[in-house]
Design a protein around this ligand. Sequence first.
Ligand SMILES: O=C(O)CCC(=O)C(=O)O
Ligand SMILES: [Fe+2]
Length: 201
Amino acid sequence: MAASVRQPSLFDTGPRVLAQDAQGGIVYTPALIDGATAQAWFERLRDGVAWQSYSRPMYDRIVEVPRLVASYRLSSPELPEVLARAAAVVRAHTGVPFNAVGLNHYRDGQDSVAPHNDKLRILVPPHPIALLSVGSTRRMIIRAKQPPRRAMPIDLEPGSLLVMSYDSQKHYDHGVPKTREEVGPRISLAFRVRPDAEPMP
Ligand SMILES: O=C(O)CCC(=O)C(=O)O
Ligand SMILES: [Fe+2]
């Protein structure tokens, strides 16, 4: 039988490499967890996490951060059971010893996160960041910092995992822009290997 090279297709459901580097680059994996589990985890997190909203100074004003957040050390006795299960799945898939999770709850299309790279001081190199999505699909824009600042839109579907290398944070920004489209709520679980000495937000 002739060997064939697998071509990506419109119906591809395998991992998608969005950027490459020596640490694994940026890789999107759809359906790491199945749809029913993603929905169950979304509901439990939405209802069971002590969500916080906070404000921060911006220029001469104080602005509300446009999403709800929470964060845990994975060793915390207060870690909700769903997060322990999610951490186990993500650790098994990536082989990375994640020790912390940050949660973002985007209640509707007006909630967002501005383009940024994750702060390198809250990450232990060479470990990546892994974003597990549950709830509705939201579009993330990943943009190269170097001109011509190529933008890569990626729809973060429920149950998907986006893994971004430590080094990719030096070369790309990522954000979830506001949208006028009718979108339902989404929760992202951002797993990180944080330095022990670094306080949680
Ligand atoms: O919601 C997301 O998937 C992105 C969250 C994010 O960039 C962050 O928590 O640093
Ligand atoms: Fe981020």
